[in-house]
Structure formats: structure tokens, C-alpha cells
Design a protein around this ligand. Structure first.
Ligand code: SF4
Ligand code: SF4
Length: 84
């Protein structure tokens, strides 16, 4: 079965560090960057492992500040390897 593969692009300076997206991401790949600030002076959201993003768009749905753009594509199913 094909698996969904996703990717998010962040407009980081729109983020106000509320943390809503980090709580809803099923893949648990979003966190607030505690070591830096964005242009608004907040710790912005960051993605820790983009390979695990499914493109479910839960983050975009809950974010009040339109930080996320979500891309999604289907992975092709792996071909079976023929054995002699
Ligand atoms: S699209 Fe889904 S899996 Fe990807 S970062 Fe957003 S909530 Fe997480
Ligand atoms: S929900 Fe939006 S504003 Fe809140 S931390 Fe996530 S990206 Fe930032």
C-alpha cells in the first residue's frame, strides 16, 4: 500500500510560539526552538524530522497564524524483489 509523504514549509516569523501545533502533530516532529527567537520575539516552531511528516495538515488546521504550508505526495509501493 502506498504511504503518504509530506513536507511542511514554515513562515517562521509569523509564529507566536503558542505550541498548539506541537500538541496535535501525530508524528511528534514539531517543537518550539528554545535556543532562538523570531522577528516577533517568540521561540518559533521548528521541524525535527521532516522525513516522518505525513502531510496530514493538522498543524496548518490548528495554527491561528497561518505559519504552515503543507505539501503531500503518495509514495510508490515498493516493488517485490524476484528470487530465483
Ligand atoms: S503535516 Fe501532519 S505530520 Fe506533518 S508536521 Fe504537520 S501535523 Fe505533523
Ligand atoms: S500553532 Fe502556529 S503560532 Fe502556534 S506555535 Fe504552532 S506555528 Fe507557532
Amino acid at each position: 500500500m502506498a504511504r503518504a509523504k509530506g513536507m511542511v514549509v514554515l513562515d517562521e516569523d509569523r509564529c507566536k510560539g503558542c505550541g498548539l501545533c506541537t500538541s496535535v502533530c501525530p508524528a511528534k516532529i514539531l517543537r518550539l526552538a528554545e535556543d532562538r527567537f523570531n522577528a516577533k520575539g517568540y521561540h518559533p516552531v521548528e521541524v525535527v524530522d521532516m522525513d516522518r511528516c505525513t502531510g496530514c495538515a493538522m498543524c496548518a488546521a490548528i495554527c491561528p497564524d497561518v505559519v504552515f504550508t503543507v505539501y503531500r505526495q503518495k509514495r510508490q509501493p515498493r516493488q517485490a524483489v524476484a528470487t530465483a
